[in-house]
Design a protein around this ligand. Sequence first.
Ligand SMILES: *Cc1c(COP(=O)(O)O)cnc(C)c1O
Length: 482
Amino acid sequence: MKLVFEKSISGKRGVRFPECDVPCAGNIPDKLKRKNYAELPEVSELDTMRHFTRLSLHNMGVDTNFYPLGSCTMKYNPKICEEAVLYKGLGDLHPLIPQLPDGNKFTQGALQVLYETSQFLSEITGMAEFTMQPLAGAHGELTGTMMIAAYHASRGQKRKKIIIPDSAHGTNPASAAIAGYEVVSVPSNADGVMDIDEFEKILDKETAAVMLTCPNTLGLFNPQIKKIADKTHEAGSLMYYDGANLNAILGKLKPGDVGFDIVHVNLHKTFGTPHGGGGPGSGPVGVKKNLVDFLPISRVVKKSDKTYALKYNYPSSIGYIAPFYGNFGVILKAYVYILLVGKEGLARIAENSVLNANYIMKKLKSYYHLPYAHTCMHEFVISAVKQKKNGVRAIDIAKRLLDFGFHAPTIYFPLIVDEAIMIEPTETESKQTLDKFIDIMIKIAKEVDENQEIIKTAPHNLGISRLDEVKAAREPKLRWAK
Ligand SMILES: *Cc1c(COP(=O)(O)O)cnc(C)c1O
């Protein structure tokens, strides 16, 4: 069908769909047919380009600003990863190209990427096999908890609860609940890690699994992790590792070596995909040998003739968790990222992410309350309780940072810290950037005494000033208004 551009009644150019030979087109009732030509706006390419470039400059993104968002890991994402997804043979691969069980020459490259990435992740985490299907961290948790249920069912057991510490990311209890489990929360102790005495009181034969983030959302590593794993296994239960943020342990510790049975990894956080606002994500799940049978379908196999194929015939599998190849673009970026930095590079990521976080923490601890004053891993949590007594809250500090060109850190999470400010500098920032951030955090701490109005009314130099966040949440305006 050819589009015909003609002058419309108003003299502007419009688009008219001519009669065409597609049978349904002739069936449109006359009353629904357009009487006049559609007046489409005409904007030159140059104006369009300027419009979108201008919009993009309103963005507070990692390409332009330091982004210390704790738990969400927003680091530099190498541009070569973005380039890889534009390769025609990979980026343009249509998901409906037949996924023949015996392999298909059109998808061999993509299958190889899936297979080798899963092998890399198995090596990194100490697992036997990975599924690349889940489309986010939370989706990986759901996949994992469904496999936990399938595992116990295969042993003729129906265990009903999953133990999760109170510092966990909110998706942990949500995923466990969606999978049908009762969630039992364990308090953290004075050191900021799961209280082992409380844990032992709760652990019993009804416990299907223990879900842990280690280092946890306070950036603290639990030194009793091995003991917790042993107790869990003695009770016939499984250990689940929330590996959304793997930066701190890459090349240093394999969760599988300290007793974890299931791991999910957020490729978009640890392995280089810019993300936010709900996507794009990928949350592959790895399991030890005794859980491999329950992995979702399809699974990529490497055959003896070195070709790859998707296999579906696994009778104990929990079934489909996502269509086609999972979030292939994000997986491909992770593949490139891992090849780019290599084994030594992965260990350096861990070292630098931990060093950077401790550097900032040490510099800020006399200005902000530090509830857990231990050496941290890739992130740490300070509290604005001192400032709150003087009338300034964590959210005000977060907003004031925007004035100086810093993205706000995560605030009010984890829930167990009052006025929490959770800072994750990541491994990719220079000392100059860290120093600048430290200087501004100290400056803001001083402003609390000297000029707090400027903090409470921040931000001052952005396109939009302080929003009424409650009103925005209750009465969202989802359409553009002139
Ligand atoms: C981000 C995160 C998740 C959830 O991952 P999504 O991809 O956002 O679903 C789970 N646990 C922790 C610790 C996280 O930081």
